[in-house]
Design a binder for this molecule. Sequence first.
Ligand SMILES: [Zn+2]
Length: 391
Amino acid sequence: MRGEVSVTQSNLPRQLFVVVERGNAGMRMRLAPADLGGERFAVVNGKIGIAAIEYIGHGNRSSLTEAYHVFRKLDLQGEDSTGRDRLLQVFSQWQEALARSGIAISVEREALYGSPLPRHAWAAGADGVSLRPWDIELTALQARLRRVVKLDQVPAQFVNALVERTEQRGFMVELVTAQRGDGSATLLVSPDSRTLAEAAALERQLLVHGSDQSVDGASAQLGELLGYPPCCIERFGHVAEHNDTTLAWALLPEPTTSASPLSQWLQPGLALLSHSPCALSCAASIALAQRLLDAVDGADPGGTARWRALATRVQVVDRDGNRLALALDESLDSPQRILAADLLSAKDSPAPLPQRTSDLVGQRVVLENSGLVAEDREWYAPYVADHRGQR
Ligand SMILES: [Zn+2]
């Protein structure tokens, strides 16, 4: 029976966002339960993991690595990894030990904790709902909105067909293959051979050096060729790791204001943009997405309407990794009733709609530590992006 379980707020798994600083160098980090959901952390001690989110300031990042060593050596007692009190207690111990090394640390905010974001299945429609036109990248080239596009980590079975379709539309393709062993490849596409060669050289350089600070320049150059706004390239360059989970914790704001549906990227099946916007309110990203939508609309007006219906919602990824588009009454300032809940993709099971999704309709949800929590407190979503437009 609902409503009988009495769970206090602090019983939901949570994480602490902290800022570590030494001189001109700083980084935002997370302190989170390491025994839930299979996330990999830089260091784990006493079932608590730490991970960098974003670098701040312009100092030498390596001057902060001592923060990891200090955490590893802490003598952490206790079993609970999810409670707020334990996290704060671990934080205090770390703070005290860091002070002896001349490193300052402070709490930035608390957030609910959930599984890392699931990797998006590459093939549109293979896993849940995708209203992102499969050829939106090529449409962008055709409409001259971008000079080069990158189709990332294309699974081996799609590579040949994709190369063929791309060449049929009069573009040139360069295959950049990593030694991943799964045969997947990155395709760079452009109408112009010189731009393509330049982009391919940069991509190869980045493949070798990863996210090393020494290749920040190459990364920015490639971003520029790919048509990403300078403000977004700059912020992306400071994000510690370029996986979806880290990007979400670095770039998603506290969902107290409503953003345009055009800037969304949390749900890959609804994203028009190919980059992670520096902010959901980024004007350059919104303008680019609007031009893309106009280009797509010319070819498929019905598709655009379907996109808008789902995109103009509160987008969430729940604790288990299910992606949902929620229709809610009003602003998240107060508890809101769920009017509709559409499953965009289910974790590990493409088909049937879980019972939970229909159970959610009619329930009220409340914002708690930047996550959404259902009134029965059995369901919550740590990742939230309100894309219902200016309200
Ligand atoms: Zn931007």
